[in-house]
Design a protein around this ligand. Structure first.
Ligand code: DOR
Length: 431
């Protein structure tokens, strides 16, 4: 038995935030409470005891938006390296996107990803399946079969579904599976060849900009389609105020709509984009300060349901080229929590409780994963978090194969120091 004493436990699913002990047995949470007495434990307290004073203990994070690149792009990441990166970042369950090579659009590929995840034996890895065959946006995948094989949602993430009728049908058919359709909202005509958010910063750099409407227009379409079909819609990586208007309207109407936001869209803006560093190039692009503030407010008030990293690794070679030519995406699994803590929780812009709610309880609930809480009987997927642990982000320290993060070289404060999955200690941070 594992007995963790005097931790500040945060578990929004139980409304808990306070100093407590947690006992774990057989891979599950046995009990938790203030000053658990050894006599109350089944084996009289025969346990491995860890004093957690000064640290937080919370459910392992659940990341609903991760690119693990396997099969086909293993030079960027694979399921094993991505799993190591996940647990270093405190993520114990994740859903990985279908824009691999080949695209995850068949039962065999869904089963392959799940099996590779099991073999990596670190975080719990769940596949997202594509909405359309080959992500070509033309013909729906066999959704019922894919869900039966273990897909937890459907997404053509990486590309917007341009054809509204295809999206309408996807929302209709996905209802049979209970899985959400995750929309990468991007009107390709509006986005054009843009490489960063359109505005004064893109003009100053002389770079082609993507208007915020490229996202919001499609978000509004998809929210309306969710209303019309009664389908289950989840908006990936929202980055613009107009998208929030559509989201809030859909929620107010009682439609089954949720949304996520990525840490980088809450912390950085288009003003931070250096012309010479394509690690800041991401899709959707870094927002204006006004949009960033609106995103933070929406996360705090619950209009945005959850946090997700959108971990999108690319090799150094791919990124080491002019901004216009580099691929979109940021590696984020290992820095998401530390960056959120450093830039939002420490300065009082986001509570620790809402962070855990949005990055554990809510995604687990939305994607029906057995995770996101420390309720007695739940799998003991846990993070011991030291709010004062400082570390500079370096390529060498990362488990991910790629280090394309805008936080490279920055010192972040607040890191996971131990991560357990199913009661097994699978990561321990050392100085
Ligand atoms: O920046 C991004 N990179 N946004 C996406 O939607 C896809 C992702 C990728 O796969 O690299």
């Amino acid at each position: 038995m594992l007995w963790l004493k005097n931790a500040h436990v945060i578990d929004p699913a139980q409304g808990i935030s306070g100093i407590m002990d947690v006992a774990v047995q057989g891979g599950r949470v046995l009990t938790l409470g203030q000053g658990i007495a050894a006599a109350g434990l089944p084996d009289g307290g025969e346990a491995e005891v860890t004093d957690c004073a000064g640290k937080y203990l919370f459910p392992g994070l659940v990341d609903a938006h991760v690119h693990l690149r396997e099969p086909g792009q293993e030079e960027k990441e694979d399921i094993s390296s991505g799993s190591r990166a996940a647990v270093r970042g405190g993520v114990t369950s994740l859903i990985c996107m279908a824009n691999t090579s080949p695209v995850i659009d068949s039962q065999a590929l869904v089963a392959f990803v799940a099996e590779r995840g099991r073999r990596a034996a670190l975080a719990r890895i769940y596949p997202m399946a594509a909405v359309t065959k080959g992500m070509r946006g033309e013909e729906l995948t066999e959704m019922a079969e894919l869900a039966a094989s273990g897909a937890k949602g459907f997404s053509d993430d990486g590309r917007g579904i341009q054809n509204g009728e295809i999206m309408r049908l996807a929302l209709e058919y996905a209802k049979l599976t209970g899985c959400p359709v995750v929309s990468h909202c991007e009107d390709e005509f509006l986005a054009g060849k843009g490489v960063m958010r359109r505005g004064p910063a893109s003009a100053a750099h002389g770079l082609t900009g993507v208007p915020a409407a490229a996202e919001s227009v499609m978000a509004a379409r998809d929210v309306l389609l969710a209303g019309e079909t009664g389908g289950r819609l989840h908006l990936a990586h929202v980055s613009a105020k107009g998208t929030l208007a559509a989201l809030r309207a859909g929620k107010a109407a009682g439609w089954d709509v949720t949304a996520e936001v990525n840490p980088h869209h809450l912390i950085l803006t288009d003003e931070d984009v250096p012309l010479t560093n394509s690690d800041f190039k991401v899709n959707p692009p870094l927002p204006s300060a006004e949009d960033r503030d609106a995103l933070l407010a929406a996360l705090a008030d619950g209009a945005i349901d959850m946090l997700a990293s959108d971990h999108a690794p690319h090799t150094w070679e791919e990124k080491a080229c002019p901004f216009e030519e580099a691929p979109f995406g940021m590696a984020a699994l290992e820095t998401a929590l530390a960056a959120l803590w450093t830039y939002l929780v420490r300065p009082g812009k986001l509570t620790a409780e809402r962070l855990i709610d949005a990055y554990a309880r809510r995604p687990a609930e939305r994607f029906a994963l057995a995770a996101g809480t420390l309720k007695p009987g739940a799998p003991a997927d846990m993070v011991l978090f030291d709010p004062d642990w400082e570390e500079t982000v370096t390529a060498e320290s990362m488990a991910s194969k790629s280090a394309n993060t805008p936080f490279l070289g920055r010192k972040l404060r607040g890191y996971p120091v131990k991560t357990w999955v199913g009661g097994h200690l699978i990561f321990e941070r050392r100085a």
